[in-house]
Design a binder for this molecule. Structure first.
Ligand SMILES: C[S@@+](CC[C@H](N)C(=O)[O-])C[C@H]1O[C@@H](n2cnc3c(N)ncnc32)[C@H](O)[C@@H]1O
Length: 234
């Protein structure tokens, strides 16, 4: 079997403890077709080989390269972090001087340099746990439970994106970066317009590791302008 397309080696910081904890999300029931497709998926196989926990790690790594999301020393808030692929990529990119906080109601196995908060976005206790912290990057790969009715799932993903953005007002530093997953659909133009007001630049993008048939896409907001920094009429 061919190894598929050339994929980046993103295991650049072998020193990150917890890095080899690659494992399946626990308790997930998956069908036989899904399993056989996944075995052939080059991103899945590369993620397993590199101990990245999820193929989603490649999506973030591509976005990080393309939009220079992280600098060494940055503080990162990762929303919807389980099983931890994005947190590992962020941790590698921000290095020892940086920090990553991973938020998810599902468990995230320990990763050196990553603080895990087992809460949902929307839970008032989360803001209390984050009180006093500020982040250079807020990123969300949160996904709703899939109902099967596309318009419902699309609307739920938009709600999650708004909830993630809701945390930016308090926790994202001025000039900071926001990355959020959303399912494509007719609510996206309005959502983009809302977000655009708060960033110097907002891009809609779909990295190559995101499956063609998946409706997911990412909005990347660069140069956060909290309300106090926006001039009249801007
Ligand atoms: C696609 S997975 C994230 C994968 C992760 N980025 C990685 O690379 O390993 C989506 C996650 O969103 C989480 N999620 C869904 N709703 C959430 C909420 N309200 N607050 C926090 N996490 C949520 C789910 O529990 C799930 O673990």
């Amino acid at each position: 079997m061919s190894d598929g397309p050339e994929l980046p080696e993103i295991a650049r910081a072998d020193g990150v403890a917890g890095f080899s904890y690659a494992r399946e999300a626990t308790g997930r029931r998956v069908g036989r077709r899904f399993l056989s497709e996944r075995r052939r998926d080059p991103y899945y196989r590369a993620a397993q080989r590199q101990g990245l926990r999820s193929r989603a790690a490649f999506k973030l790594d591509t976005l990080a390269e393309r939009y220079h999301l992280f600098r060494p020393g940055d503080a990162v808030l990762d929303l919807g972090a389980a099983p931890g692929g994005w947190s590992i990529v962020a941790r590698m990119r921000v290095g020892d001087r940086g920090s990553v906080v991973a938020v998810d109601p599902r468990p995230v196995d320990p990763i050196d340099g990553v603080d895990v908060i087992r809460r949902s976005v929307g839970d008032p206790h989360l803001s209390l746990r984050l009180a006093g912290r500020r982040f250079d990057v807020v990123m969300s790969d949160m996904a709703p439970s899939i109902s099967g009715a596309y318009s419902t799932d699309h609307a739920r993903s938009v709600d999650l994106a708004r909830a993630a953005f809701g945390l930016c007002a308090t926790f994202l530093k001025p000039r900071g970066t926001f990355v959020v997953k959303v399912f494509a659909g007719d609510l996206i133009p309005e959502l983009s317009k809302e977000f655009e007001e708060h960033f110097d630049r907002l891009v809609r993008t779909k990295p190559p590791a995101s499956r063609e048939r998946s409706s997911e896409m990412y909005l990347v907001g660069l140069g956060f302008r909290p309300p106090a920094l926006r001039g009249p009429g801007s």
